[in-house]
Each structure stands twice: as structure tokens, then as C-alpha cells.
Design a protein around this ligand. Structure first.
Ligand SMILES: *[C@@H]1O[C@H](CO)[C@@H](O)[C@H](O)[C@H]1NC(C)=O
Length: 484
């Protein structure tokens, strides 16, 4: 692999080369003789078709988690996850994409919503929480394991840059708990647990973090958060000792101790909120990490990535773009998409197409959503360059699909995103294609309904990139080859 990569180094640019230093791209080349008349060369990745589907055995990343503030990231449904599930409970690709659409809708409605109109939480009425706003956890998510309480109990949580409060299911599960892999957290067995008073300002701060006005049970503060697909968690807002790693331990971490939880969280014990609101993990640990974290999402569910806190371990090659704030929501990380290139050529999309709706980066949305004008330019150029391969039926929201049954390898045009400040981010091959099976391999992008809808840079496109969040500095960085 190393020899091949350096052999091709003589003919490719450094940016392209780094995009190629992933196991799935054995050779990167310029295909001569493209007959469009506009250019003679198209940059492509040569991908082994067999590598498009995840293996059923876990091959964890070989690079050790040497940084002391790092957690191992695995896909919720993959073989590296400890969340063993009945095969019947693993969602199909169509279900994952349907739920992805629900998450996108709820992100849109959260952004559109006037925060003054929050719902009041009444614990006795928790099952009737309206699902009109809030966020969907989604089905294409990544989990990490953290420790909570004294003595510490391990909990596997979905990490989510699109939400703020961290919560886990808690005994005695007064109303309902769904099935989870870890033992359900028992506050009565921890010496460091305490309730937050419902008259405190800490309790009131739940309104902006959850979109719901907190409630009161005797004197204890009650939080509630609902997700657009009718998933929710309601319970006591509390503080507890959080052990991110053996050396990085936080006293008095504010979290939701869920007494009534329902929804599609797989077997995860809850959610780790990495949004920008003041109750997020990022904000609560700002005194130590300065709102600085980074992660790498593995290329397949049979490998592993990382989630690291603090500046250490950020590679020199990282390029930063400015984070923007999305109006009416302090949670989301806003980004400026400037342009997209396919096969090495920038698509002719006017800058105003990207600015009219704005965009965010989200760890929980699977498929990148683009303004329809940008998506149609991307998809038509991709189709043109892929015309030697037979097309296949659309897969849910993905309409540009190929049947690769007859091929052992394919040449797929490279795709790069350009962000504000001239930052070019070449996507990994696994960030370009979404394979349901070898006979249905799709361009992993979708168009929004309207150019004014919010764009979302989703987790498929983030695969193998080290994505660096500098919340205090207001910057977002990307480096290629963060993990395999
Ligand atoms: C937290 O508040 C609830 C509801 O009032 C109560 O049942 C529980 O015992 C309290 N826990 C602690 C540790 O005070």
C-alpha cells in the first residue's frame, strides 16, 4: 500500500494524494481522453467494488489511541460496536435513509421555530410530548463509551454535534426504559449524584438547550427532550461525576437522568451532546478543553475512529474555515460552502446558491443535503463521468445509483468541497458512495426541496477526515487521513 501510494505521488497533487491514503483507493490516476471537449483529464479514485460493503468482522484501527483525552468511536450497528443487536433490529438502508430524512426535517423545524414558544414539561404527561419540533437521533450514528458516577459505570452513548444535553436512562425507570446494552445507571448506587433544584438558574437554562421549559417534581428539576420521530427522554436534571477517560474526570457534570425514555436509540444508553449551547459537554468542559474537540468517523462500520478532547493531537495539515452562527439556534455549527468540484473541475454553481439557505455540519445526519440547484449540477456531472457503468434503481432519497455487479473495480470521479477561506476538503471514496449492495451503489448526496433550505454536511462525507471543532476560536478544521 505504501509503495503504491508513493508510486502514484509523482502524478498527483498533494491534496489528492492525501485523499488517496485510505485503504480503499489503491491507485489514483488521471484518466486520459475524456471526450467532453472541456478538458482532457478527470481525477478519479479506483475503488475495489468488494471494499464498498462493510466486513462482518471488526478490524479496529491499528493506530493506538495514544492521546490521553481520546475515546474510541464505533458505528452503532457495526461489528466493532458492543451494542450487540438481534439481526432483525438492525435497520435496513431504506430505513436509515428514511430516518435521516426525519432528522433533517426536524433540524429545519428547530431552526424555523421561535424559541419563545417552548413546550412546558409535565412529567406525568411525558408520553404526550409533541413531536412537532426537536431533533431526530437518526439511525446512522456513532457511539463512544464514557464513565458516570462513583463508583464509575460505563455507558455507551451516541455522540451528537446537533444536540446539547447529555442524558442516559436511569433507574428506577419510573415510567419506561427501552432495552440497552449496559446496565441502566442507578443514581442511588453512586455517592456523587445529586438533583438540580427546580428553582435554580441551572434548571432554567434547559429551555434553550432542549426547547422545552423544565418542570418540577417536589423540588427536583425535570428536563424533557423530544425528537421528531416520537423518540424522547424525560427525567431528573442532575449532576454527577463524568469520567471521559481515566485521566479526564469532571465533577458536577450536568446531565439528564431519564425516567421515561422511548425511541430509536438502538441499544445505546443515551446521548452525548456536543452542540454549542451552554449545557453541552463542550461548554461544560470549556475550562479544560477550550471547546476544542475533534473526531474521525471510520470508513466502514467494521473499523474504528476516535473522539478527542482538547488541542493535542491535531495534525499540522489541518485547514481551518470560519464557523458561523445559524440564526435562532445556538446549538448548530454553521459552515460556509463555497463550491464543489467533481473529477477535479469546479461545478458552475453561483455562490448565492449556497448562501441563500446557509449550511451546518452535523455528526448525526448521514447524507449531505445540498441546495437542489447544487445537487443537480453535482449529480449530472457525476452521471456524465460514470456513464460507462449501468445505472440502478434509486435508493430512497438517493437517485444516482449504479449496478456494479459485473465489476471488480471502478473508477469514480473525485469530489472536493470548498469552504470559506479557500479550504479544499477532498472526500474519501467512502464519502462519495453509499452502497446498499454491489448492485445498488449510490452517489451519497441528496438535494433539499428548496435552495433556501439549510444545507447539511453529513457524516458519510466526513468519513476518514479528522474534523476539528475549535468552538472558542470559532473555527472548524479538516485534515485528510484521520482514520481508516
Ligand atoms: C431526586 O429527586 C427525585 C424526585 O423528587 C427523588 O425521588 C430522588 O430521591 C432525588 N434523588 C436524590 C439523590 O436526592
Amino acid at each position: 500500500m505504501g509503495a503504491r501510494a508513493s508510486a502514484s505521488a509523482t502524478i498527483v497533487s498533494p491534496a489528492l494524494l492525501s485523499a488517496c491514503l485510505v485503504v480503499f483507493c489503491l491507485v489514483c490516476s488521471f484518466n486520459e481522453g475524456y471526450a467532453s471537449g472541456e478538458r482532457a483529464t478527470v481525477e478519479t479514485h479506483t475503488i475495489q467494488v468488494s471494499s464498498l460493503l462493510p466486513s462482518s468482522i471488526c478490524s479496529p484501527a491499528t493506530q493506538a489511541l495514544d492521546k490521553k483525552s481520546s475515546l474510541r468511536v464505533v458505528h452503532k450497528h457495526g461489528p466493532c460496536s458492543q451494542l450487540h443487536q438481534d439481526k432483525a433490529n438492525i435497520p435496513t438502508h431504506a430505513e436509515i435513509l428514511l430516518k435521516d430524512e426525519a432528522r433533517v426535517k426536524s433540524i429545519r423545524s428547530k431552526l424555523a421555530k421561535n424559541l419563545g414558544h417552548s413546550t412546558n414539561i409535565d412529567q406525568s404527561d411525558a408520553t404526550n410530548l409533541p413531536a412537532k419540533d426537536g431533533r431526530v437521533v437518526g439511525a446512522g450514528n456513532y457511539v463512544v463509551t464514557v464513565g458516570l458516577g462513583t463508583p464509575k459505570k460505563d455507558l455507551t452513548l451516541i455522540f451528537d454535534t446537533g444536540s446539547d444535553i447529555t442524558w442516559t436512562q436511569c433507574q428506577p425507570c419510573a415510567r419506561s426504559c427501552y432495552k440497552q446494552q449496559d446496565q441502566i445507571f442507578a443514581p442511588s448506587l453512586s455517592s456523587t449524584y445529586s438533583n438540580i433544584s427546580c428553582t435554580s438558574t441551572t434548571c432554567s437554562s434547559l429551555t434553550s438547550a432542549t426547547g422545552n421549559t423544565p418542570g418540577c417534581s417536589s423540588t427536583a428539576c425535570v428536563y424533557g427532550i423530544q425528537y421528531g420521530d416520537s423518540s424522547f427522554s424525560v427525567g431528573f436534571f442532575a449532576k454527577e461525576k463524568l469520567s471521559l477517560t481515566p485521566t479526564d474526570v469532571f465533577d458536577d457534570f450536568l446531565f439528564g437522568c431519564g425516567q421515561n425514555n422511548q425511541g430509536l436509540f438502538g441499544r445505546a444508553a443515551g446521548l452525548l451532546g456536543l452542540g454549542r449551547d451552554k449545557l453541552s459537554l463542550t461548554s461544560q468542559t470549556a475550562f479544560k478543553y477550550k471547546k476544542f474537540f475533534s473526531y474521525c468517523l471510520p470508513s466502514t462500520s467494521s473499523s474504528t475512529g476516535f473522539l478527542s478532547f482538547g488541542y493535542s493531537g491535531v495534525p499540522k495539515s489541518v485547514r481551518f474555515t470560519t464557523l458561523s452562527t445559524i440564526s435562532q439556534s445556538s446549538s448548530f455549527y454553521g459552515i460556509n460552502i463555497i463550491a464543489i468540484s467533481v473529477g477535479g473541475k469546479r461545478l458552475p454553481i453561483s455562490a448565492s446558491v449556497f448562501t441563500s439557505g446557509g449550511a451546518i455540519i452535523d455528526s448525526g445526519t448521514v447524507i449531505t443535503r445540498l441546495p437542489p440547484t447544487a445537487y443537480s449540477a453535482l449529480s449530472s456531472e457525476f452521471r456524465k463521468l460514470m456513464r460507462q457503468y449501468p445505472m440502478a434503481q434509486p435508493l430512497s432519497i438517493l437517485d444516482t445509483c449504479y449496478d456494479l455487479t459485473k465489476y471488480s473495480s471502478v473508477d469514480v470521479p473525485t469530489i472536493s468541497f470548498f469552504f470559506g477561506g479557500g479550504v479544499e476538503v477532498p472526500l474519501a471514496p467512502k464519502g462519495i458512495l453509499y452502497a446498499s449492495s454491489v448492485s445498488q451503489v449510490c452517489l451519497a448526496f441528496a438535494g433539499n426541496g428548496d435552495d433556501t433550505d439549510i444545507g447539511i454536511f453529513g457524516n458519510t462525507q466526513q468519513k476518514t477526515l479528522q474534523v476539528v471543532y475549535d468552538g472558542a476560536g470559532g473555527k472548524l478544521g479538516f485534515a485528510t487521513g484521520g482514520c481508516t
